[in-house]
Design a protein around this ligand. Sequence first.
Ligand code: NDP
Length: 408
Amino acid sequence: MGTVLIIGAGGVGSVVTHKCAQAPAVFPNVWLASRTIAKCEAIRASVRAKTRRAINIARVDADNVPELVRLIRRVKPRVVINVALPYQDLTIMDACLATGVDYLDTANYEPPDEAKFCYKWQWAYRRRFKDAGLTALLGCGFDPGVTNIFTAYARKHHFDAISHLDIVDANAGSHGHAFATNFNPEINIREITQRGKYYENGRWVVVPPLSRHCTFDFPGGIGPKEIYLLYHEELESLAKNIKGARRMRFWMTFSENYLTHLRVLQNVGMTRIDPVVFQGREIVPIQFLKALLPDPASLAKNYTGKTCIGCVIHGTKKGKARNCFIYNICDHAQCYKEVNAQAISYTTGVPAMIGAMLMAKGVWKQPGVFNTEEFDPDPFMAALNTHGLPWKETFPRKGFEGFVEQRS
Ligand code: NDP
């Protein structure tokens, strides 16, 4: 149905490229472009070995709009999938507008010099995409992305009104390194070290970083894990689009070992995002740290264990209180077998491919800028089951608190 152009040859970009290559009827031509051509070459070799398909590659600096425009005019894609970094969101959206192409990403824009991610910069493009008759689909990874779709699906099928949403994200895997992040270290550490924030009774409540935690009993053999309240970007759009909810929170697991390393790195200044002078030149400590840490894609080979990401929802149906838990379990080793990736990259890359597929088929096609919960969830939920991320739903007697082990 068209050519797809994927920008960003990282861990997520590799999964998106493999999954697009697995769908030749939808994407007869697959292009991958990134700043470092060697990374594109390695992914091209892996795709050839796994799928026997030849993909096209190109070098691009996605901070440079004229360069992007030249590439898009040459490739003529039906849709551009942006899986570079959040810093490139606006330049790639500008290039899509200049060339008349639909746009999709998995993380919202944040300015490089300020750890502040929010949708205001990208939502400001609504009028321009609408006037151009183009679709921009924002945050189409797992969280954000699938978590928004799980919520929209629950609202459509299981609830008349949703009052409480708790998104829970567990990585119960083991990669064998003392400390590593599962996606881009700079973006990941900026996110975790921010203050926690959640939505309650129409306002945002801010708490110190990682200060709220409890034990959540995860399904799929994972069991009880400590989860920490974080601010996560899907809360911003869900608070707008799921009307009437009283409380929305996001929780993620961290091991004691991970938190100890993070605390030390913070204490010695290694997570700073402002430049410091080192041997006569400016360096940004968190970027130097990124250069020292394992590349998240390289963790895949020896990763074992599972992830579980889901939505615990409480609300009412026909006047009666009801709970629902919708979740996916993903196995690191199985992801490696299929596409040479770990589960964090896989759970992000598969939804990006599905979103682009629905856009290319015209199923999710509307002029403007949208978050995933604004489209019909049903075709996406069906595609998750057939493209590697099957989901389950349960209707427990108790809501979030029922999964939580209370401490005295
Ligand atoms: P990586 O750092 O592994 O990959 C990013 C890639 O983008 C690198 O290959 C990098 O190239 C390339 N890149 C960076 N800057 C530019 C540029 N200016 N021009 C061209 N290419 C560039 O990150 P991940 O794959 O782990 O993450 C990709 C995205 O996915 C991030 O935005 C992340 O926030 C998002 N994400 C979303 C999740 C979700 O569930 N919604 C979960 C996990 C991640 P080079 O190596 O040459 O610098």
